[in-house]
Write a protein of this length. Structure first.
Length: 233
């Protein structure tokens, strides 16, 4: 571990090393996100890491500058308060990359990587190099190699399907039979009726463990009587 504020007797050199290591950690993780086309890529992760590092260095500077004042003064120094605000503030940035599309939520991994990168920046900022390096390696392993498990793991996928049709008896039962024949499970269903146009709208969330099959399912639904519109995502 390395907690000193100086390196080879130089404060500036110590700060430079901290910033460079934070930039390297954020850049490596950002490259992985950039490669997968995520909104928070190389520049965003690098900036978060460097910014967090700067905040930790400022925390140390507060204590170094004002820590000489004793308990008899009214001044109270708590270096951890700046770090706490970094953890809180990064949540707003992470929320901006999370997108909800029907039953699917995208961007959680990117938001988590931003939150983690801020922690890496703070680790390097306070000189905790062993923690920062170890955590960076673990994050890269999780992003680069654990993703390959998706190909061998069976997991539920969700398809949000919206059907607009002429309001008639038996349509819902026919849709349910169509799903049952394909071993599809409905997790949610909602509907409303347009009395003026005599139309009914069904929105369903379908659970399945196979590859995407939206086109095949659309073709089957089109064969039902009275179908006007089909939308899925």
């Amino acid at each position: 571990m390395f907690f000193d504020t100086t390196l080879l007797g130089s404060i500036e050199l110590g700060i430079l090393v901290k910033l460079l290591l934070a930039a390297l950690a954020g850049g490596l993780i950002g490259l992985e996100r950039e490669k997968h086309g995520r909104p928070a890529g190389l520049r965003t992760n690098l900036l978060v890491a460097v910014g967090s590092c700067v905040m930790m260095i400022i925390s140390e500077a507060f204590y170094t500058k004002y820590g000489i004042f004793g308990a008899e003064t009214t001044l109270r120094i708590d270096p951890s308060r700046v770090a706490a605000q970094v953890v809180t503030g990064i949540g707003f940035l992470g929320a901006g990359v999370i997108l909800k599309e029907g039953a699917s939520v995208r961007g959680l991994t990117t938001a988590a990587s931003l939150w983690t990168v801020s922690g890496l920046g703070m680790a390097f900022g306070m000189g905790f190099f062993s923690l920062g390096i170890t955590a960076t390696v673990l994050v890269l392993i999780s992003l680069l190699f654990l993703k390959k498990l998706d190909k061998i793991m069976k997991k539920n996928r969700f398809l949000t399907l919206t059907v607009t049709a002429v309001d008639r008896e038996g349509l819902l039962e026919e849709l349910q039979e169509l799903f049952a024949a394909r071993k599809l499970e409905l997790s949610d269903i909602s509907s409303h009726v347009d009395l003026i146009e005599n139309e009914i709208f069904y929105q369903m969330v379908i659970i399945q463990q196979e590859l995407r099959f939206g086109h095949e399912l659309t073709a089957a639904i089109k064969q039902l009587e009275g179908i006007k519109k089909i939308h899925y995502h």
